[in-house]
Ligand binder design. Sequence first.
Ligand code: HGY
Ligand code: MN
Ligand code: MN
Length: 422
Amino acid sequence: MPDKAGHVDIDLERSAERIDHDVQSLTGSDYTLSAEAIRRYAYRPEYRATLDYFTHAWQELGFTVSEDPVGNFVARNRPPGEPVFGVGSHCDSNRNGGRWDGTLGVVCALEVCRASAEHGLDLPLQAISFLEEEGSGFGQMVLGSRIVAGRVSEQELREQIHAIDDGRPFWEHAQEAGYEPARWRECAHILDDLSGWIELHIEQGRVLQDTGRRLGVVSAIAGYVHGDIRITGRADHAGATPMDMRADSGVVAAETIIELERLARAAGSGTVGTVGEIEIAPGLINAIPGRTRISLDVRGPEDEAVHGVIRDIERFAQRAAAERGTKASYSQRQTVPATPMDERLVAALEAAASASGESFTTMISGAAHDTMCVAERVPAAMVFVPCRDGLSHTPEEDANPADAALGVQVILGAISAMVEPG
Ligand code: HGY
Ligand code: MN
Ligand code: MN
């Protein structure tokens, strides 16, 4: 039982061992499409195998496991309608992913459920593993939790969101995987009984490591805009076309990439921006780029600054394109606003972290998380643990299961302080 509001002593060593076992087990070839990185995403057999791994583990604990109409995973230890406290994250991965991003949060949710049972806390719990947080299957980040939050339209799901692998609509893939996308509005119900929500995640930066801290309590999550700029020029012959007769879309893209960096820096207040994807057609050494697409990832804690950068880079690209006899158009993929965490929950996590005697800091998350969508309806917060040198979205990603076990203890302490057991 908690020895005082907000502190629970668990067997940290045993929890660290189990967390490490689960994380390492999920690096096996059954759980990733790639041998070089962790790569798993919605509706692929490797993702199905990962959900089956967690299904088995939670059923062994006596939890009832289900999946919502598009495939968000749910495990709970109370009948529907009874209040439960939510824990979880996502177990899909970036296409060049590491073993800890997301998966550690689901594994730690499992460990919270195990430790709660072992230590007789009997907490009312519901775990969720959201579909497609990374966007590796359909190019849309936090897709599963946006569906739960109603932050998508049926038209997007039916027609506009397409699989990266084969270009076919999300809707078709969901149906072929045995889900019922026509019932997507019912996905909102997986949050109905939640009295609160905590997600544990690796920091994906290096503040904790560089300041020698084992834990971070997240006070807010930066908002973001994802979009694309498409530039249309002419794919003329690279040798026969004089320089002043060219319509080179690649050059406009290059100018825009440089300008995006300048705008993000100038915006200040923690605004960041990058171009992660560049697509050139026809993409031949001896053909001038006829069409170039660049992706935009602009984020920050101040929504106004983020949207200001997007507005300015769109205008810049259109002007730069016109000067070179080309045309540029911007399209938004999606946006999620900056999201403050629940103050009571943050305070409960800070109290539990203090009670652990370990050093921690309260910080903003630059990375996006499903918690942004949960927070719209449920008091939500996050716990960060360090990852080596801040590396993430790479197979070199690494973290320490002992830090994660400490995170589990802090989460149990906070939940114990927030809910009545039994
Ligand atoms: O990119 C992100 O913020 C998250 O890791 N998908
Ligand atoms: Mn993640
Ligand atoms: Mn990620």
